[in-house]
Design a protein around this ligand. Structure first.
Ligand code: ZN
Length: 274
């Protein structure tokens, strides 16, 4: 697996000190987290980039590499994993040392073994954060955690997408403004067959007229899940600074601490009442 420990901030467009401090979590709610870097694993099936020349021209080293580079200013400890590795790169040891897992898949959902899906589900229920991107809506792990088909409408026609913040109190919307736009994206449209999200952060509008719940959070066990819609492989979405900001915000949100592991089953009373 590849490890990313970037410490150079000067490559960023519009670099300035306040922006750097904000990104590193030293301003605002991220202050405590800055003391201990969140351990992020970016998983990508890494198939399109090796089989499609157009996709390869956009992401020559893979979508996972582009996201890793884009997140590098934020101070996370980043690793990547891909399908072709043993156990799809998702060993028990790696997951035990992962605070937040980012997931991109499309063509190879069926190649993920059920054993690994069970392992991922168990880690989420134990508190690992999970960020599912774009076509990951059909991944085994997302459908398992949702319990629904996760089906939707789609159209690949390089449309403009306008992504509206519908919960400005939510930390995932920090630094995004009221909305942002992507000039070329694949359309995803409602109805999106998911359970009602625990929190809705973004709604997308597309030039063709459809709308979509494009930023949804879910709580499962001790784990926090964020689904984020943008990221079709044929467009340069993961170089967009707002998209990267949302993913970084989501890492911070999903990587926050949680309460104690509950106990289950037959239980003695806390107070004597007989
Ligand atoms: Zn797509």
């Amino acid at each position: 697996m590849n490890r990313y420990k970037y410490t150079t901030y000067a490559k960023l467009p519009c670099f300035d000190h306040e922006r750097e401090m904000t990104m590193r979590g030293l301003i605002g709610n991220g202050g405590m987290l800055a003391m201990k870097p969140i351990r992020v694993t970016i998983w990508n099936e890494y198939v399109h980039e090796k089989t499609d020349l157009h996709v390869a021209s956009i992401y020559p080293q893979g979508i996972h590499h582009a996201i890793a580079e884009g997140l590098s200013p934020y101070g996370f400890h980043i690793q990547t994993a891909t399908l072709e590795q043993p156990e799809h790169g998702l060993t028990k040891e790696l997951l035990d040392h992962t605070d937040v897992l980012i997931w991109w898949g499309h063509l190879a959902h069926d190649q993920i073994s059920d054993e690994i899906v069970n392992r991922l589900q168990a880690r989420v229920l134990q508190g690992m954060g999970l960020i599912v991107l774009h076509s990951g809506h059909f991944s085994k792990i997302f459908r398992t955690l949702m319990g629904t088909s996760c089906n939707l409408k789609w159209r690949e026609d390089a449309e403009r997408e306008r992504i509206w913040v519908v919960n400005p109190a939510h930390p995932i919307s920090e630094g995004i403004g009221e909305y942002f736009e992507l000039q070329t994206e694949e359309m995803y449209g409602e109805f999106f067959e998911i359970p009602t999200p625990d929190e809705l952060v973004f709604i997308s509008w597309f030039k063709g007229g459809e709308v979509f719940r494009s930023g949804c959070t879910f709580f499962r066990g001790l784990g926090k899940i964020f689904y984020f819609r943008p990221g079709h492989e044929a467009y340069p979405t993961y170089y967009n600074l707002k998209v990267l900001r949302v993913i970084a915000n989501a890492v911070r949100w999903a990587g926050t601490s949680h309460g104690t592991m509950p106990t289950f089953g037959n239980t003695a009373p806390l107070e004597k009442f007989r």
